[in-house]
Design a protein. Sequence first.
Length: 90
Amino acid sequence: MSKEKRLTRWAIAAALVGAGVAFAYLGGRLFTVLNLPVWSDGTKGWNYPGVISYVIFVAGITVFNTTLKEKARFWFWAAVIALAVILLLY
């Protein structure tokens, strides 16, 4: 993969990850302003902005993953999974 193509994918990945994180913080307010339900069952259930931000974040991680070599992909995903487990336990 050429350096230019790799930099382009890194920029796309960074934009997606940033958008996912931003939507996690601002999505609830946006849904409220647009008069959309934030939760699937009143005040509990699926948090729609959370699910959307997670999907955007994972898309960014996946785009970044395409720029790595096979061995680096293994360690990258191991770190992502370890971080997810730590955050879930916290």
